[in-house]
Design a protein around this ligand. Structure first.
Ligand code: APR
Length: 310
């Protein structure tokens, strides 16, 4: 039987998620949005369905404003919320997006109690926390997408700086999805060699800065919203690993239960995603500097989570 992928929010990221899910033939897609956006999601669904003949895709998209149609989804990806505008931080979105998350999470609990849920809405770490608390789902069932995107940006800037293929860049970004995120320089490997031996300090600082500001750079360019292609591709990698039980180890915003010395919060760490959802957290041996960066990032996450009133 085909798998069912529920996309909550049919805006910029939602539409790209639907397209990628169909192109990868992961399953049938339900693209849900609020009644005011009915034409948008029905239009996107019809448009994507009309391309299925080109490559012979057998999966279909349904655009809907009815939660009944989302019922029984195997995996859900949430993008319901408002994106940043120039000059805004992700944290500035908390109040407006938390209001939306309250509604979305309550419906998820009612209609999709067995789904694996991936959240993209910002501020990411706090929104996943809210989602987890409102649904009361298991800790392995709820996750946030940020690390795959931040890591992809990091790898891209490294490959640009070196002029080498992105395939041979191994790297990771840890921590919260905010200005304190931590690209792990010491762990970055290109073609078997350490990044620290391939780029000088200035070049590395530049890569780190562009990675951290990757989202803001796009907000400044787009002016009306935030990134959507790369976030969609990143969440699809996570959904695919879950649906196909690939057990990929991906940097995700996962619930920490003592790992990295943190308990009861969601933070970006390498996590194994398979049929069991978040099956395992990988704990890296961090040096003093890296631990200090992780702590700083955790402090920022804690501060935002403290403002989450459920
Ligand atoms: N239920 C479902 N969808 C909703 C709800 C709701 N309660 N409230 C708003 N939406 C929908 C909007 O109607 C809109 O179509 O969410 C969609 C968001 O789409 P965009 O505005 O295009 O935003 P997008 O770029 O997709 O980003 C969504 O992801 O990266 C984060 O910061 C970003 O929080 C933002 C989210």
């Amino acid at each position: 039987m085909k798998r069912k992928i529920g996309l909550i929010g049919g805006g910029q990221i939602g539409g790209n998620l639907a397209l990628l899910a169909i192109q990868k033939q992961l399953g049938d897609v339900v693209l849900y949005d609020i009644p005011q956006a009915e034409g948008l999601v029905k239009g996107k669904a019809l448009d994507i369905n009309q391309l299925t003949a080109v490559e012979g895709y057998d999966c279909r998209v349904t655009g809907t404003t009815d939660w009944n149609q989302v019922r029984g989804s195997d995996v859900l990806v949430i993008t319901a919320g408002v994106p940043r505008k120039p000059g805004m931080s992700r944290e500035d979105l908390l109040e407006v997006n938390l209001k939306i998350m309250r509604d979305v999470a309550a419906n998820i609990k009612q209609y999709c109690s067995n789904a694996f849920v991936i959240n993209i809405a910002n501020p990411l770490d706090a929104m996943v926390f809210a989602l987890y608390k409102i649904t009361g789902f298991k800790k392995n069932q709820v996750v946030g997408m940020a690390g795959v995107l931040d890591t992809s940006r990091f790898k891209f800037f490294v490959s640009e700086a070196l002029g080498c293929s992105i395939r041979d860049v191994e790297a990771l970004v840890l921590g919260g999805h905010g200005d304190d995120m931590g690209p792990l320089i010491r762990h970055a490997i290109v073609g078997g060699g350490r990044l620290t031996q391939l780029l000088n300090k200035e070049e590395i600082d530049d890569v780190v800065r562009r990675t951290r500001d990757g989202g803001a750079e796009l907000v400044a360019l787009y002016k009306t919203g935030s990134a959507y292609f790369a976030p969609a591709a990143s969440a699809i990698a996570m959904a695919e690993s879950y649906l196909l039980d690939r057990k990929r180890v991906l940097p995700c915003t996962a619930y920490l239960d003592g790992e990295y010395g943190i308990r009861g919060y969601f933070m970006g760490v390498p996590a194994q995603i398979g049929a069991g959802g978040v099956e395992k957290i990988f704990e890296l041996a961090l040096n003093e500097n890296e631990k200090a960066e992780m702590d700083k990032s955790f402090d920022s996450v804690k501060k935002t989570v403290a403002s989450v009133k459920l």
